[in-house]
Design a protein around this ligand. Structure first.
Ligand code: 3PG
Length: 305
């Protein structure tokens, strides 16, 4: 079987080595398309492959149509909003993700960005500390749970809200379960977003929601840019000079947000899962899932059932 790794933002070299070992060890062939700049390159590369591993690369209807032999596509990572699941199903392609494999990396980045923020982007002026501040975690999945674990090490108070995770599960992790998303924004100094991009969440982080943050509030987004209502957040930042917005996913309106100097920061590329460990974990998990699919028909992590 021919397995393509298509990554516009490549895995660390050690991860690629590990994926190659897994795929070839199972008697399959590995082909690589890294740092591609044109969709045409992807469309050409998928033509004759049986399986594919991607990151945030877009597997839309056109890509799935072009991949005539494709049987399985694995998103090495958590969020699979970049795969057109309806098109995958229509083409009888199994779509999978690798949940939990890169969550620690994303959680660590949250704190890298937060320390940078409360220390005024290291501009030399006295900043503040995270200890004693209240952190609100929106969605208590794999990343949210790792964020909670690290926050406790910083001596922060931790609260969470998750529309799908029962309060007793959150409380069992030693985290205060608030009753609503609004309560989270009203009662926390910092809110960290860990919601997927779904029809319900897209543009849900809007003016009204964020305006509930107390004075000096910080919004940090390492989830998806689509969940932010950008025009409304821009309007709010213009009105409230006390608020900060920090993200590792450059918003579409990055140039407009950039006017809020000292209160806005974005990494140039999505960096949350960009560690060797996360790449190795997620990449090798994806390779193993593909091998298991071809060997035993295993579809444990299928997301288009
Ligand atoms: C994920 O959904 O797993 C993360 O957003 C990581 O995305 P990336 O592989 O593009 O860094």
């Amino acid at each position: 079987m021919k397995v393509l790794v298509a990554t516009e933002k490549p895995f660390a070299a050690a991860a690629v080595e590990g994926i190659k070992k897994e795929i070839e060890g199972a008697g399959n062939e590995l082909v690589l398309l890294e740092k591609y700049t044109e969709k045409a390159q992807l469309l050409d590369a998928v033509k004759d492959v049986d399986a594919m591993i991607i990151r945030s690369d877009k597997a839309d209807a056109e890509v799935l149509e072009a991949a005539k032999n494709l049987k399985i596509i694995v998103r090495a990572g958590a969020g699979y909003d970049n795969i057109d699941l309806a098109a995958a199903t229509a083409h009888h392609v199994v779509a999978e993700n690798t949940p939990g494999q890169n969550s620690n990396a994303v959680a660590e980045l949250v704190f890298g960005l937060l320390v940078f923020t409360v220390r005024n982007f290291y501009n030399g002026k006295a900043g503040s500390e995270l200890k004693g501040k209240k952190l609100g975690i929106l969605a208590f999945g794999n990343v949210g749970r790792n964020v909670a674990r690290i926050a406790k090490g910083f001596g922060m108070e931790v609260a969470a809200y998750d529309a799908f995770c029962p309060a007793d599960v959150i409380e069992a992790a030693g985290v205060h379960a608030v009753k609503s998303q609004d309560e989270l924004f009203q009662t926390c100094d910092i809110v960290s977003l860990h919601i997927p991009a779904t029809p319900e969440t897209i543009k849900s982080i809007d003016y009204k929601t964020v305006n509930q943050l107390p004075k000096g509030g910080i919004l940090i987004n390492t989830a998806r840019k689509e969940v932010i209502n950008e025009p409304e957040l821009l309007k709010l930042l213009a009105e409230r000079e006390d608020l900060k917005f920090i993200t590792d996913i450059k918003p579409d309106a990055d140039a407009d947000f950039a006017q809020f100097e000292g209160r806005y920061f974005s990494t140039p590329k999505k960096m949350g899962a960009q560690t060797a460990e996360a790449n190795i974990n997620a990449g090798i998990a994806a390779a193993k899932q593909i091998n298991a699919f071809f060997k035993d028909g295993c579809t444990k992590f299928q997301v288009n059932k």
